[in-house]
Design a protein around this ligand. Structure first.
Ligand SMILES: [Zn+2]
Length: 143
């Protein structure tokens, strides 16, 4: 896969929410997270700066979900329920974008994805510099 994409269109499942995003470092930033929300949501996210997403349609159809410290802002389509993006707690200057919403991309295109330790969030702990990284999720290719 080409991980060096920059600007790409995306939408939720029902297409009411449509956007264009310019990624900070293509698909190289792809991560999953083991926090209480992400482990249920199961999405792979990539990073963009707050100014680098343009929502063309459906901004008023997005719902906001917040929990715990209510720092992060998790947006999802109120019609189809699909998570599109969230303002990050670990870097509030960035959004995480659901790669599955990006044109032509699927979580299953990734062989390996970094897993961030959102369950012991770096903003809650003063552990090692690597406290925010717990491992790598590997997809086993089907033969
Ligand atoms: Zn939708």
């Amino acid at each position: 896969m080409n991980k060096d994409i920059s600007t790409i269109d995306g939408q939720c499942h029902c297409s009411k929410v449509q956007f264009t995003v310019t990624l900070t470092d293509g698909l190289h930033t792809a991560w999953r997270c083991n926090c209480s929300l992400c482990r249920m949501r199961g999405a792979i996210a990539v990073s963009t700066n707050l100014d680098d997403i343009t929502i063309h349609t459906g901004a008023d159809n997005l719902s906001l979900y917040q929990f715990n410290t209510k720092t992060a802002k998790h947006y999802f389509c109120s019609t189809c329920g699909i998570y599109t993006h969230h303002q990050r707690r670990s870097n509030p200057n960035q959004y995480g974008i659901n790669v599955a919403c990006l044109d032509g991309l699927s979580p299953f295109d990734f062989a390996e994805v970094d897993v961030l330790n959102g369950a012991n969030h770096p903003r809650d702990t003063r552990n090692s510099p690597h406290a925010d990284h717990v491992g790598v999720l590997k997809f086993i290719p089907a033969d």
